[in-house]
Design a protein around this ligand. Sequence first.
Ligand code: UFG
Length: 331
Amino acid sequence: MSILVVGGAGYIGSHMVKRLADQNEEVIVADNLSTGHRAAVDTRAKFYEGDIRDHAFLKQVFDQESIDTVVHFAAFSIVPESMEKPLKYFDNNTAGMVALLEEMRDHNVKRIIFSSTAATYGVPEKSPIEESDRQDPINPYGESKLMMEKIIRWADKAYGIKFVALRYFNVAGAWPDGSIGEDHGPETHLTPIILQVALGKRDELSIYGDDYNTPDGTNVRDYVHVVDLADAHILAIKYLKDGNESDVFNLGSSTGFSVKQMVEAAREATGEKIPAKIAPRRPGDPDSLIAASKKARTVLNWNPQYDDVKEVIKTAWKWTQTHPNGYDDRK
Ligand code: UFG
């Protein structure tokens, strides 16, 4: 039986595919390459190009392959873009999930691991955030993912499709040998932008606001290494295969870093100056997002290897230095 990774050509999906292939799993990747890269997909995986909203495409993949588990990364994830184009997010993320679940139901596939997000909490009621805390998103991206969580719960009740929803905090880093990494066009995420400044590809970093309700006034986020994240998915697959009930887990490091602290850590990790200036706030940014990830550690036995944000940045730096133009496949 194989594992279908939808969105397996994207940043997090490609790390998951490599991790699964290293464990000798049979991996099928489906990706529409709208933001992903064909070159990011490990050669041991079988690749289908297509869109999860396209029923005929999905049907073909499920008909041709013996799939028993789906891992879903095929969502848009840029908070500021979602503020400007909310319908794009509800279409691809929320409606895409419905199409995928319909095909899973019709092909009797009973397990799905899917990427949810810290953005479903909105402005947290307390910190660190626990899984049972209130979810009240402040941007369409978070709302689209909250809707996906709700839809999947009902699909479980009606069709017995078991799920694990993993609420990621801020994912960073790259495969340690620098062979795959983060490449979005245009890039909006903090770590790759900082490293583009370090590399000299950008003149300076704009820090979006220093008047937030945080110790140094800049947004605080919880950064987790992409390979640790992939490992959590592998444990989540095992959790469902062992017959456990559907559940939701936060994935973070439980430590918050401000934007200014990230810049400082990157200066130390790279030895570069990294000029930065204060710029206006970016819409949709909550002050602080820090995960309580005890549940993933105790229930899934998740044991993240990267607990030092400098080490996380170093892996991304290796990718950036060896791939200054990313995958170099922009159309
Ligand atoms: N930031 C800057 N300058 C930049 C880019 C980012 O100051 O040039 C700041 C942002 O304002 C924010 C922080 O750096 O405070 C992190 O921003 P990112 O864009 O890297 O990440 P987000 O926190 O917006 O979102 C990420 C993922 C989401 C996820 C969220 C959960 O992209 O999918 O983390 O914490 F939901």
